[in-house]
Ligand binder design. Sequence first.
Ligand SMILES: [Zn+2]
Ligand SMILES: [Zn+2]
Ligand SMILES: [Zn+2]
Ligand SMILES: [Zn+2]
Ligand SMILES: [Zn+2]
Length: 307
Amino acid sequence: MEENLVQDASDTPLQQEGMPHEVLFLVLSYLPLYELLVMAQVCRSVKEVLTYDILPWLNMVVGKPLNKRFNDVHLLKITSKADGRLKTLALLNCSKITDEGLQQVIARNPYITRLWLPACTSLSPSGVIEAVKLLTKNKHRLKSLRINGIYNLKKEDLEILHCLIDDESHPWQKKGLNFYHEYKAFSTFKHSYPPIDVEICPKCKEARVVFDCPRDSCKSMRQQQKLECRGCQHCILRCEECGMCIKDEDPVEAACVDVLCLGCWLQLPKCSFCNKPYCSQHADQKCSLVGSSGFVCIDCHARFIEN
Ligand SMILES: [Zn+2]
Ligand SMILES: [Zn+2]
Ligand SMILES: [Zn+2]
Ligand SMILES: [Zn+2]
Ligand SMILES: [Zn+2]
């Protein structure tokens, strides 16, 4: 299946010997599937580790660019490498994965603690519930479930999921707030998060990821139980950079597609041509300007420099 998903990258090994085994292990166990497969193609020692060890296969993250083509057959085949010991199954936007495929993998891997299925749009709420039932049998604890973007999730579905997952001794509520900018920038395994990512949005009543507001004036309202700007991404416009609601001021456009609050806009470095900044997440799109410490955005580069 590796051959089907990844084109032959190269026959020349990038580096053959030299990297200590333990370091390699550590790196590989955090790589998404695509990177794993690409590395196995270009580096012999990685290929050996992937062939003979199961450790790198225990945390399976399938994202871009594999996700569009990734189907049940791929899923079963690749997860079999974990030999029933899969700990993380993260299928990001894998729209071809069905309830049946998921069910089969879960039945063979009962020790999964993180099940992330955001925007796996072929899955149904009942399919997710069945999977979670399997993963919470025999006192096994599923610590994290992400289902944002699965269609038709109802309040009742979320209640069932909470009954299955919630750990009475550690109620999430005590742990803290969920901020938009932290969620957007989450590095895969670090962001501490409620056990289930979605809840019923107080504004639109849909099952979505709901954000709190870090704005000082909103914090004090929150203390008075006035949760005016608590809501999902569709209901409350927020600054990409700091996660604050944008309500009393006009949102300002960044050089990427995002919007910023005026405070963040003022602070960020701007394109020398159009004077728009990039948010931190898209800062890698800056094009450097010869003979200057400034930069130009991709659009201006295409319009004024390339031609
Ligand atoms: Zn909403
Ligand atoms: Zn801001
Ligand atoms: Zn606010
Ligand atoms: Zn520009
Ligand atoms: Zn951006």
